[in-house]
Ligand binder design. Structure first.
Ligand code: PNS
Length: 158
């Protein structure tokens, strides 16, 4: 049976750090669903469609990866996709503090699905979508931290 993992996120926009986690997940699972959250409570720079398209474009060369939007509970989407694991990246202690309650709640909602964390590569552990947007909005060079298409789209937006 094909083993599926789900990599959820806002991806506003996708960074090289996200891409690293998706690539490493694809090495461990037969199928990876990258689930782009449509969360109306969050203010995004990019629309849901724009975020999905960027993720699709940068993941197109990774075997076994599909990209989809989702709304509502992550555990419901994970179940729909037949995922056995939710895979996310951890950059440090702040991420852990933020992630632990979500992992515990998701485990209560869907005990059959494990949440698995991959440690971020040290080189990109300080990178977040928010930091990228901030630096880019001030004219800084973010090209080392995002795929070229994302750098281009950020340049157009900001
Ligand atoms: O990239 P982000 O913004 O850190 O991703 C957060 C995301 C989308 C993974 C999180 O907000 C989420 O799981 N949203 C789905 C709604 C949900 O299931 N909420 C309950 C979590 S316990």
């Amino acid at each position: 049976m094909a083993r599926t993992a789900i990599c959820p996120g806002s991806f506003d926009p996708i960074t090289n750090g996200h891409l690293d986690i998706i690539r490493r997940t694809a090495r461990m699972f037969d199928r990876v669903v990258v689930a782009v959250a449509d969360d109306s409570q969050k203010q995004h720079l990019f629309t849901l469609d724009e975020r999905v398209l960027m993720v699709q474009e940068v993941c197109s060369g990774i075997a076994g990866v599909t990209v989809r939007p989702f709304t509502g509970l992550l555990t419901e989407t994970a179940r729909q996709e037949g995922a056995v694991a939710i895979v996310k990246g951890l950059r440090g202690a702040d991420d852990l503090a933020h992630e632990l309650p979500m992992a515990q709640m998701n485990s209560t909602l869907a005990p059959e699905i494990e949440t698995v964390y991959l440690m971020a590569e040290a080189s990109g552990a300080y990178i977040s979508s928010s930091l990228i947007k901030w630096v880019c909005s001030l004219g800084g060079d973010i090209s080392a931290h995002v795929p070229p298409v994302v750098a281009e789209k950020l340049g157009e937006k900001l």
